[in-house]
Design a protein around this ligand. Structure first.
Ligand SMILES: [Fe+2]
Ligand SMILES: [Fe+2]
Length: 276
């Protein structure tokens, strides 16, 4: 459960397609979804517990992509309110669509494995919005740092690692597609920050650093949970598209240092130096 299960709008995470002409236009925009080698996974050879874990992992991935889509949309609004450069905003307009494509790819992977697992969530608390009491530029910096300089910059190397680990052509193709889209998302946060930095004073930078700290703490808590999961053998994990836990967590710690803490500190954003 993401958020409070007793929340008034708590709901199962399920999505549908409208179909007809709308779906045809969407397919034309992003033909890569239909081009995946769907139907090539033989689930009969996979032991039941591994299959259940894989369904849960891919449903969870779909949900995370959905959350990231919301985060991209929130950031986009803040960029427009801050009157960020037009070409930079135009680039970021593509990101919510990318994430929607990723949601569909991950959800269809779960279906290929026999069906999605149930996720109960609170749509009202999916992603924190920026602090409305600060200036538009600081809001945009807060969200760009929270969701891109930390969130996307950390998930990209992990996705790339998972892609390299995936042995079967279907998860390999799905992860390869996601990794290709995400490369632009990873670079975006720092491009924005480099444009905004001259106009951010010490107080603004401290505000942005606090948002980064909060996001890093949340992600590190999720790593603790991952560390508690029962281990799968490397071969089973590789075939279905995820990394062995130890390798994943080691890469996560390295990525936090190289892709998040060092580049933020270098730019004068005083984040807490949590990695060893
Ligand atoms: Fe994504
Ligand atoms: Fe992304």
């Amino acid at each position: 459960m993401d958020g409070d299960p007793t929340a008034p709008f708590a709901a199962t995470f399920e999505l549908e397609l409208l179909g007809g002409g709308v779906e045809r236009r969407y397919r034309k925009m992003r033909p890569e979804v239909e081009a995946m080698p769907w139907g090539t996974l033989d689930v009969r050879a996979i032991p039941e517990p591994v299959l259940i874990a894989a369904r849960r992992a891919w449903t969870g991935a779909a949900f995370q992509e959905h959350r990231t889509g919301v985060a991209c949309a929130l950031t986009l609004r803040a960029l427009m309110e801050a009157r960020a450069p037009l070409d930079l905003v135009a680039m970021a307009c593509r990101f919510p669509l990318d994430e929607i494509v990723h949601v569909e790819l991950c959800a269809r992977m779960a279906m290929e494995l026999g069906g999605g697992s149930e996720i109960l969530h609170d749509p009202s608390t999916l992603c924190p919005d920026a602090d409305r009491s600060v200036a538009p530029l600081v809001r945009a910096a807060e969200l760009a740092v929270r969701y891109f300089c930390v969130g996307e910059a950390l998930s990209i190397p992990l996705l790339r690692g998972t892609w390299h680990a995936a042995a079967h052509p279907l998860p390999r193709a799905v992860l390869g597609r996601i990794v290709r889209d995400e490369a632009a998302h990873g670079a975006f946060g720092y491009t924005f920050l480099d444009w905004a930095l001259p106009d951010l004073d010490e107080g603004d930078r401290a505000h942005v650093a606090r948002a980064a700290d909060e996001t890093i703490d949340e992600i590190r808590r999720s790593w603790v949970e991952i560390g508690k999961r029962p281990a799968t053998t490397a071969s089973e994990a590789h075939a279905l598209g995820w990394m062995e836990t130890g390798a994943y967590l080691a890469l996560a710690a390295r990525s936090l240092r190289q892709n998040v803490l060092d580049p933020l500190l270098l730019r004068g954003i005083p984040v807490r130096d949590v990695a060893g």
